[in-house]
Design a binder for this molecule. Sequence first.
Ligand SMILES: Cc1cc2nc3c(=O)[nH]c(=O)nc-3n(C[C@H](O)[C@H](O)[C@H](O)COP(=O)(O)OP(=O)(O)OC[C@H]3O[C@@H](n4cnc5c(N)ncnc54)[C@H](O)[C@@H]3O)c2cc1C
Ligand code: SF4
Length: 432
Amino acid sequence: MTAYELIVVGGGPAGMAAALGAWDAGARRVLLLEQAGRLGGVLPQCVHTGFGLYEYGEELTGPEYAARQAARLKRTGVEVRTNAAVLELGAGGRVTVLSGTEGLMTLTARAVVLAAGARERPAGALPITGTRPAGVFTAGQAQQLLNLGGYDIGRRAVILGSGDIGMIVARRLALEGRPPVAVVEQAPRCGGLARNRVQCLEEFGIPLLLSSTVTRLSGKARLEGVWVRREDGRADFLPCDALITSVGLLPEDELLLPFRGAELPGWLFPCGNARRIYDLVDRAAADAARLGREIARWLRGGPPPRREAAEDSAPAAPGPGAGELICLCCPAGCLLSAGPEGGVTGAGCEKGEAFYRQEQVERRRWLTLVVTVQGVRVPLRTTRPIPRALFGPVARAARRAALFLPLGAGQIVVADPGDWGCDLAVQCDCPG
Ligand SMILES: Cc1cc2nc3c(=O)[nH]c(=O)nc-3n(C[C@H](O)[C@H](O)[C@H](O)COP(=O)(O)OP(=O)(O)OC[C@H]3O[C@@H](n4cnc5c(N)ncnc54)[C@H](O)[C@@H]3O)c2cc1C
Ligand code: SF4
């Protein structure tokens, strides 16, 4: 048995932040266990921007955010083991691990942080009748197949659920030249952030069907369409070859099963999505880092760590009225409009006014995409937001470019593809 001060289960953003927080506050003999072959959790498949706005003040993509955290971790003495799945947590901080290189191990720790993330609610959990053809995916699966696998998951998808993940997948499909038929939402309002509704659906002309739900699948080998029940009871048939469900995440807390029905033991601390579902990685990481720091102090005789997490504060903003627009610069989604004497009202910070003025002249957005280089999927991004009209030409230039591995994070691979003064850069290291 090997003894540690702290073992962190899960190397996603929350697990990495907890280990970093604990190390920075003085904990030593800290071990991070990750079942996958790399750190980052769900972030490597999230090639869109929208991460790190609060923590780094930048619009990072998922792979970029994960790489920053992993680099910080490397500068500490935290021991990291990948390909190491935790099978069981037992009395007194006993951790049973199956390692791809070392086999079955039993470790002990004075404190254990569970940062195992979340799993998606599957389509089978929904009251949908009909056949069970191929072509039904959860949003996370669809994102993984598209972005990391480069698979063709369908040409005409219907998305069920208007949370942020569903809308982000809708935009991804639109950028691949296959805009979804519709996003179907059972509630009377959009489930995700206003900024995602605007930049993922409205700007691509993807219909959002509110107060509606999918009740039936149709198709034999492959999905041929879905029946959608509308608010007035009417049922419409939407022909499609893929149904992507985005109907909620559930904390991955199976390792807590032995402790169900009783108070969690004093050495065990769930965090990140394993504790409750976060919509922003920055908040998951901030809570986890705080927990890590408090555990380190507690291990040295300080007060016990607080177990509660901060609530997400990003409000679901109402839709813009005439003359108004939603600021897309951060998740707050302020409603902006022209104020007296040429000013702008509604902005929560100075960025809002600049955004409003830019929108009057021209809409500019970040473009992210994935290309295949010698069989490896390489995520790219523009080095600044570009006019929406340039999305098509820039994406075509990226797909035509002759690229070769290895490619490094931040490397410019296509210089000024739109003749506009903006380059295309690689999001993460892609070794040969
Ligand atoms: C599709 C999608 C899009 C998103 N878009 C955004 C966005 O634009 N902006 C934003 O801020 N946030 C976004 N988020 C939210 C953000 O990604 C999450 O808040 C964050 O990933 C939660 O971090 P986590 O570490 O708790 O979980 P995860 O990232 O899921 O990491 C959990 C890790 O634990 C590992 N693990 C699980 N069980 C074990 C075990 N038994 N043993 C060892 N390891 C284990 C897993 O392999 C995984 O690596 C998005 C989330 C998703 C799913
Ligand atoms: S104006 Fe509002 S939405 Fe825009 S960056 Fe400032 S706080 Fe965020």
